[in-house]
Design a protein around this ligand. Structure first.
Ligand code: ZN
Length: 129
């Protein structure tokens, strides 16, 4: 298991971590298998989506903000329930194929650390087998 550090700089943000995950895969020595990325946080998530046009992640973040507004009559006293809800909607794990010693993503796909209560110092755990 390898830990990746992610420093987020905004309250809600998608950080492209594809390169860091690919480096873990390439140094793992695994030729064919699976790479799992796990985010050990309750107000963040991990997602796979288009990395070519940064407007896509921007649109996803904006849409999530509309679906799950920050003020919503929540009970959780910490005041960040919207971030918890977005985290559970997107999920804390993605599983990615490894082929020929490399991440096997679709042409337009990238891996994003999804911050919903930043900015913070975060991490993601990567396991390849
Ligand atoms: Zn909370």
């Amino acid at each position: 298991m390898t830990s990746i550090s992610v420093k987020t700089s905004a309250h809600s943000q998608g950080v492209d971590i594809t390169r860091q995950v690919a480096q873990v895969v390439e140094s793992s020595g695994v030729a064919d298998g699976w790479c799992e990325v796990f985010v050990p946080h309750t107000t963040a998530a991990v997602a796979v989506n288009e990395a070519a046009d940064p407007d896509v992640i921007h649109d996803i973040i904006n849409t999530l903000d509309k679906l799950v507004p920050w003020q919503g009559g929540y009970r959780h006293a910490e005041g960040n329930s919207a971030a918890h809800v977005k985290s559970v909607l997107l999920g804390s794990t993605v599983r990615l194929p490894v082929s020929g010693g490399r991440l096997s993503l679709g042409t337009w796909q990238g891996i994003f650390f999804m911050e919903f209560d930043g900015p913070r110092s975060r991490k993601a755990w990567v396991d390849v087998r």
